[in-house]
Design a protein around this ligand. Structure first.
Ligand code: DX5
Ligand code: ZN
Length: 229
């Protein structure tokens, strides 16, 4: 199916929610129209921050009514494939920077599938050229083009990564292209116009009191940008 026919998916990033009220926060964005929950897993090695692991993801899955889009920022993704599959990850994404070559990336993707993960994603840091994933596109369901350096919410969007998304669509990649980092009502339309269909927003959604209005605004802006692209 041509990429413009993929429905836009708005994925609030839990990193900016109030973790003390996790179930309420999840229910609130679901009622507001969220399509996926983006779950950032950090190990303090691949990125200079620590977040949550499989037991918390499992509890999120128990209460969430939308698919979990789990973004692994950890140095040994294959080692934890089964734990995150069991915890309920729908999309499980690893970083290509951890893989020496295409064979290594394929083996991580294979480990995820063998663990029973429904959809496998591969992520690129802002300074990683898109050609690094060119040889493994057939092995993944999603490419995550990071628009900030991973580690923290609330950073400024880096427009210089947009050509990577354009490149993927121009080269016929018909899977999901996700963008993550600094998306808000001004920057999200640029991602949608470039070809992204999964749009992650942390502070732009959880940082405002009226999530429904914000999600609606983001979706409308993304759909309008895509129509004119
Ligand atoms: C950054 C994470 C993002 C982050 C996005 O390492 O991968 O998912 O939560 O947050 P915002 O939308 O605030 O940039
Ligand atoms: Zn993320």
């Amino acid at each position: 199916m041509p990429w413009k026919e993929l429905p836009l998916r708005i994925a609030p990033s839990l990193l900016s929610c109030d973790f003390a009220r996790l179930a309420e926060e999840l229910a609130g964005v679901e009622a507001g129209g969220a399509d996926w929950h983006h779950v950032d897993v950090m190990d303090g090695h691949f990125v200079p921050n620590l977040t949550i692991g499989p037991p918390v993801v499992e509890r999120i899955h128990a209460t969430a009514k939308r698919p979990l889009d789990v973004h692994l920022m950890i140095t040994e993704p294959a080692r934890y494939a089964e734990a995150f599959a069991r915890a309920g990850a729908h999309v499980l994404t690893f970083h290509v920077e951890l893989c020496a070559d295409d064979a290594a990336a394929r083996s991580v993707a294979r480990a995820f599938r063998d663990a029973g993960v429904p959809e496998v994603g591969i992520a690129l840091n802002p300074d990683t050229p898109v050609e690094r994933v060119a040889g493994v596109l057939d092995a993944v369901d999603l490419v995550l083009v990071m628009s900030v350096f991973p580690g923290f919410g609330g950073q400024r969007f880096m427009p210089e990564v947009l050509p990577k998304t354009v490149w993927l669509r121009e080269h016929g990649y018909a899977g999901h292209v996700e963008m993550d980092g600094g998306l808000n009502p001004e920057t999200l339309p640029r991602c949608a116009a470039a070809g992204a269909d999964v749009l992650v927003a942390g502070s732009a959604i959880y940082g405002v009191p009226d999530r429904r209005t914000r999600i609606r605004e983001l979706r409308a802006a993304g759909e309008a940008a895509r129509r004119t692209a």
